[in-house]
Design a protein around this ligand. Structure first.
Ligand SMILES: Nc1ncnc2c1ncn2[C@@H]1O[C@H](COP(=O)(O)OP(=O)(O)OP(=O)(O)O)[C@@H](O)[C@H]1O
Length: 276
């Protein structure tokens, strides 16, 4: 593992103004409160916590879908403050996101070839023939077939659609992938296949992952480091073995106690069987 930090976040905040109503005063909600983190190149940081703790807000800021209220994000040496600079092609190239529901993020009227080539079309001057070659290469890389290039999203299973979303995310050869609950909507056996694919791509392409999940069995399998969020704050941050082996914060202890150990064991067995 390298000690080369690719993602550096300092004192990151995101607040939302909540409008008042007839019986309610206007207020401010702080969804992310003073988050600091460093992620080393080629490693996986898992972000866990209950619904509403700020995981997706953090993901949206890391991927420039939303701007931070204050604080800094640096990816591969480039500052990601879109409120000041807007979004450059260079910034787009550094980071991509994969969502939980691939169908929602794929345009049903676009063929897969177009879906894959679109980021290149928007952000580069690459000629059409090269774009097509790259799209075909990526289809193979994520375990799909060349004939899938001309098909529509509804012609694929959930697992295949998530492979397409991953292929699209890596078309621009990003350094960092933010994976927001990427396997939560999939059947268990398909989850294991997608997790294995992500592990292979990480090794092959030197990718760094921020992997958001509420599923501790998955986190235990994929994470190098684990960050636990609670009401917008980081309450635990350490290596996987430190956090799982010796959780310090009361919230983490409760979270771990609430996860049946059987889940952890079953996924371990499945993955071990596949690797053998
Ligand atoms: N655009 C918005 N306007 C107002 N409040 C928001 C907005 N987006 C998120 N929030 C609030 O910020 C808090 C954090 O939400 P966020 O979606 O980041 O949590 P999460 O941990 O990802 O939850 P989930 O797992 O359910 O998606 C929640 O209280 C949510 O209601």
């Amino acid at each position: 593992m390298s000690d080369d930090v690719i993602l550096k976040v300092r004192d990151l905040y995101r607040t939302y103004d909540i409008k008042g109503g007839m019986f309610k005063k206007a207020s401010t909600l702080t969804a992310v409160k003073g988050v600091n983190l460093d992620v080393e190149r080629g490693t996986t940081l898992a972000v866990v916590g209950e619904s509403g703790c700020g995981k997706s807000t953090l993901a949206r800021m890391l991927t420039m879908i939303d701007a931070q209220t204050s604080g800094s994000i640096e990816i591969d040496g480039l500052s990601m403050d879109i409120s000041k600079t807007g979004i450059s092609k260079e910034m787009r190239q550094k980071v991509q996101i994969v969502f939980q529901n691939p169908y929602g993020s794929l345009n049903p009227r676009q063929k897969i070839g177009h879906v894959l080539e679109e980021p290149l079309l928007l952000n580069t001057d690459m000629p059409a023939a090269e774009r097509r070659d790259l799209a075909l290469q990526m289809l193979e890389k994520v375990g799909l077939q060349l004939e899938h290039y001309g098909r529509y999203p509804h012609m694929f299973s959930g697992g295949q659609r998530q492979r397409i979303a991953i292929a699209r995310a890596i078309m621009m050869k990003p350094k960092l992938l933010v994976l927001d609950e990427p396997v939560s909507a999939l059947d268990l056996s398909v989850q294991a296949q997608i997790l294995n694919l992500l592990a292979d791509l990480q090794e092959e392409m030197g990718l760094t992952y921020v992997f958001i999940s509420h599923d501790l069995s998955v986190v235990r399998y994929i994470a190098d480091k684990v960050m636990v969020m609670y009401f917008g704050e980081v309450v635990e941050y350490g290596t996987r073995d430190e956090v799982f082996g010796n959780p310090k914060h009361d919230y983490t202890k409760t979270l771990f106690a609430a996860t049946p150990q059987a889940d952890v064991e079953s996924i371990r067995k499945r993955l071990a069987a596949k690797a053998a």
